[in-house]
Design a protein around this ligand. Sequence first.
Ligand code: NAP
Length: 291
Amino acid sequence: MNDEIAAMASTETLAGPDRYAVFGNPISHSRSPAIHRMFASQTGQAISYEKRLAPLDGFAAAVDAYRLEGGRGCNVTVPFKLDAARYATALSQRARAAGAVNTLRFDADGGCYGDNTDGAGLVADLTQRLGLDLAGARVALLGAGGAARGVVLPLLDAGVESLLIVNRTAARALELASLAGDARVVGAGLDALGEATASVVINATSAGLDGSALALPASLWDRVELAYDMVYGRKPTAFMCEATQRACPRVADGLGMLVEQAAESFLLWRGVRPQTAPVYQALRVAIDAGH
Ligand code: NAP
């Protein structure tokens, strides 16, 4: 299959936009096509971008088929980020650190470069749109799944003073902390939040999506300046509502992270960095209007 893909990649591209896609399962909810179409129109890049539903046991075959159709790269979402890390023939440092990939670029020599832009997206949203100074911040990261894995190294690189990773399954948080190999990082179960002195709390769990809520101690909110939920939607999440009830000064959802991680993917594919603020605004208006 690799020879076939290399031969395909080395032939002249037929007229028409370069093709990109997002692979996931489910995928119908994805806003990535809307984001990348706005980026393309803003930067004058001739690309198309579509959603692709891959079978749960068939990620690699689905991506192989897409490359043979002429695809130039793709985003990867739940539940395929670990499969994508295995599929890539080369990984960025941040993808290697995360053990997860959300962006693949198919190169002309048949190689496939894997990157993880989730953490850069989060840090850009926190520092640029929300104006947070991460240097010296004491961060509590809730969750140790794919999303949490992607943000650990970028948060450390941004200069946080400490990073407490807590997870329902404590062993996963301990493992992630030990992978980081940095004295600023501690992993623990959710009960460790009772002793936390965080200035920033980031929810990277999917709790709430199924109606369940995280049980967070009231003392967690004593010093928190910003509560950030990676989940986004028309209504504030249960985590955001709790932060507001506890008088947390600033509360944000993950829409900005979504747009920023997409901009990093676009840069990797096209060599052009799009403006994210107008795209964030357009999406926020669409979501608020129920679209
Ligand atoms: P994942 O790999 O499935 O991990 C889920 C995490 O949530 C695990 O840490 C899991 O704990 C925890 N969890 C699930 N249900 C829970 C509950 N009832 N109580 C406590 N903890 C619970 O998912 P993911 O890829 O990390 O994604 C997590 C969330 O981030 C998703 O909602 C996703 O949409 C969002 N996300 C947003 C962006 C963005 O750009 N805004 C990017 C990436 C992800 P256990 O380990 O104990 O199971």
